[in-house]
Ligand binder design. Structure first.
Ligand code: AMP
Length: 214
């Protein structure tokens, strides 16, 4: 307790602009593909001054630059499968470590299974941080298929244009990803939010939940 307090004071003197690690706000925006995580995470990042980290966007950036990581990720993404954990977790950690002086992170599309959740917790714990809240956007499967096919008309994403691939992504969410909700619910951090409505309505619901988690 005392050593943490002393370390905190030393940190502030060493770098007055850095945030105290304990005051960081780390949010997981959770939900099936097409539930609106990306759009909402952007607005939340602005309002709460958080760094938005989307593992899907990071993979697409690597694919766009034809890196080795991008080539590997593409072979999974285009089938609607998860990219292997070691690759995904390594990439996520690099991104967090590259931005240590932010007020917190909003994770979008990560973690996608319980192992990734455990790794995230261990990683944050070493920094004296934690996940403050997991907010799940609830949208039913048929609405998701409709939304993603619609998004596919303009997103240029191969994985948004084929109904079989979309259904595969949804079933992976239901089988592998949805247990992440219960994982964080055990420590009272999970909240389920109605993901149907206008962007403003959903943003309002999310903001209420974030303010309650502060
Ligand atoms: P998203 O943009 O979040 O829908 O992600 C697009 C695709 O990237 C997913 O269908 C996965 O193939 C891959 N992906 C994104 N995040 C992860 C993750 N945390 N673990 C494994 N694969 C991921």
């Amino acid at each position: 307790m005392w050593s943490k307090l002393i370390q905190w004071v030393l940190d502030i003197f060493a770098n007055p602009n850095s945030k105290s690690s304990n005051s960081m706000m780390n949010i997981i925006l959770f939900g099936p593909p097409g539930s609106g995580k990306g759009t909402q995470a952007n607005s939340i990042a602005k309002k709460y001054n958080l760094l938005h980290i989307s593992t899907g966007d990071l993979f697409r950036y690597e694919i766009g630059n034809s890196t080795e990581l991008g080539q590997l990720a593409k072979s999974y993404i285009n089938k609607g499968e998860l990219v292997p954990d070691d690759v995904t977790i390594g990439m996520l950690k690099n991104k967090v470590d590259a931005y240590p002086d932010v007020a917190g992170y909003i994770f979008d599309g990560f973690p996608r299974n319980v192992y990734q959740s455990e790794e995230l917790d261990r990683f944050l714990d070493k920094k004296g941080q934690t996940v403050n809240a997991l907010l799940q956007l609830d949208v039913d499967d048929e609405e998701i298929v409709k939304r993603i096919l619609n998004r596919g008309k303009t997103s240029g994403r191969e994985d948004d244009n084929d109904e079989m691939i979309i259904r595969n992504r949804i079933s992976i969410f239901n089988d592998e990803t949805s247990p992440v909700y219960n994982y964080y619910d055990k420590s009272g951090k999970s909240t389920s939010i109605n993901g149907i409505g206008s962007l403003e309505e959903i943003f309002f619901r999310l903001s209420v939940a974030i303010d309650a988690a502060k």
